[in-house]
Design a protein around this ligand. Structure first.
Ligand code: PMP
Length: 417
């Protein structure tokens, strides 16, 4: 900036005084360096050198049981899914090199949307390049300036970012608190547009939302309802349609958001809806329009996987068994868990602090078990968690092996007696 054009009352920041834009990361850098100083393996830099199956990989040179993936239904190595991907790669090439609204809609994208419509029994389906973009796009496009979004305080980052992008008024309420939600909705000015955003399963503690009651409250106030079923699709509900199906309220949900990066076993995101004007979103939703569409191999794997998940009831039953056995076993060993009863395929083990959480994470890895170490700000109430997510491909014996690993590591680190 040249001398003379500075406004007199504003502080003049000269080159020498310019703050380092990275200064804000110093506390995080210090925390990380402190954690790794004692030779601790970096919990946020694990490399899977070879993936052997949905439940086993070679990690940091060790044969490891995977208990920290979102591969709930174990579809990543499904023969039909892999064959569909290979065929699409051969027939349609490696990428679309364009947006869905220009050159990026192939037959496979339409087939994928048809599979989703059938899976949910809904009129419309829109596929995004990730679940993150699905939340970002749908929320920001339908709720803009002057509208109100009422959302659970523990909502996923993609939901918060979608709210910010759209510039709506953001009104959070206490996690899963129906009364608090009711009060917030009651205070919204007459005539304003209202969107309630909920999740089926909350991914940090693995608890579910009381959707039936919450959706009734939202409807009472005339709000539209969006439910993110990222962690329940494929598993929860008779047909795997999620918590809204399990609680009998799927027909009352205006928008279901989901992802292909969990039970579906590939990558991508989607929204399904019965709203009669839904298709216009394809022209106005920026995270849909201004990005490349998914590669043909990805939509082919997704469509095949979604169709197979419609008939996955045996796998769903086995996954419930696994979740219950792990939950019961860990409780019996004396670990403190995120929920009193198993509510999903996520079992969160609460650690006393980050240091002991990281030590326990490393002890488990040395035993041959990978779990997720989760820490604030991703976690609620500043908790450090070892998040275990089960897979329908874990055998009953593997779950027992996992419990043995937790017992030895927990005693060695002093988490249990
Ligand atoms: N919603 C929720 C609740 C999630 O947990 C996640 C990812 N962990 C997403 C959306 C984003 O999904 P994706 O990985 O497809 O971007």
């Amino acid at each position: 900036m040249s001398e003379g054009i500075d406004e007199p009352d504003k502080p003049v920041i000269r080159t020498g005084d310019t703050p380092d834009l990275f200064a804000k990361f110093d506390p995080l850098i210090a925390m990380r360096e402190g954690l790794l100083a004692g030779g601790q393996e970096d919990p946020f830099n694990l490399v899977m050198e070879k993936v052997l199956s949905p439940t086993r990989a070679i990690c940091n040179g060790r044969d490891t049981i995977l208990l920290g993936t979102y591969n709930y239904m174990g579809m990543t190595f499904d023969e039909d899914v892999i064959a569909a991907g290979k065929q699409a790669l051969d027939q349609f090439g490696s990428g679309t090199t364009g947006s869905r609204v220009l050159n990026g809609t192939y037959r496979g994208h339409k087939e994928c949307e048809n599979a989703l419509r059938e899976f949910y029994g809904m009129d419309h389906a829109m596929v995004f390049s990730t679940g993150y973009q699905a939340n970002l796009g749908i929320i920001s496009t339908i709720a803009g300036k002057g509208d109100y979004i009422v959302l659970d305080i523990d909502s996923h980052a993609s939901i918060w970012d979608g709210c910010k992008l759209g510039d709506a008024e953001i009104v959070p309420f206490k996690h899963n608190d129906i009364e608090a939600m009711d009060k917030r909705l009651g205070r919204i000015p007459e005539g304003a547009g209202k969107l309630v955003v909920l999740e089926g399963v909350y991914s940090m503690l693995g608890d579910i939302a009381p959707l039936k009651e919450m959706i009734a409250v939202a409807k009472k106030h005339g709000a539209m309802v969006l439910v993110d079923e990222a962690h329940s699709m494929g598993f929860i509900g008779e047909h795997g349609r999620g918590v809204a199906e399990a609680q009998g309220v799927l027909d009352d949900v205006d928008f279901v958001i989901g992802t292909f990066s969990k039970s579906v076993g590939t990558v991508g995101g989607f929204c399904v809806s019965n709203h009669p004007k839904f298709e216009i979103l394809r022209l106005v939703c920026r995270p849909y329009v201004f990005t490349a569409s998914l590669p043909p191999s990805v939509v082919a794997t997704a469509a095949t996987s979604i169709r197979k998940l419609m008939h996955g009831s045996n796998k769903r039953a086995h996954l419930w068994e696994n979740s219950k056995t792990l939950h019961q076993g860990l409780t019996g060993l004396g670990f403190q868990l995120g929920t009193a009863e198993p509510q999903s395929a996520i079992v969160a083990v609460i650690m006393p602090d980050l240091e002991r959480g990281a030590a326990m994470w490393e002890a488990l890895l040395k035993e041959g078990l990978y779990v997720n170490l989760a820490r604030p700000p991703a976690t609620p109430a500043n908790m450090t968690l070892l998040r275990c997510s089960l897979c329908a491909e874990h055998s009953a014996e593997e779950v027992q092996t996992i419990l043995g690993m937790f017992e030895r590591a927990g005693k060695a680190i002093g988490i249990i007696g």
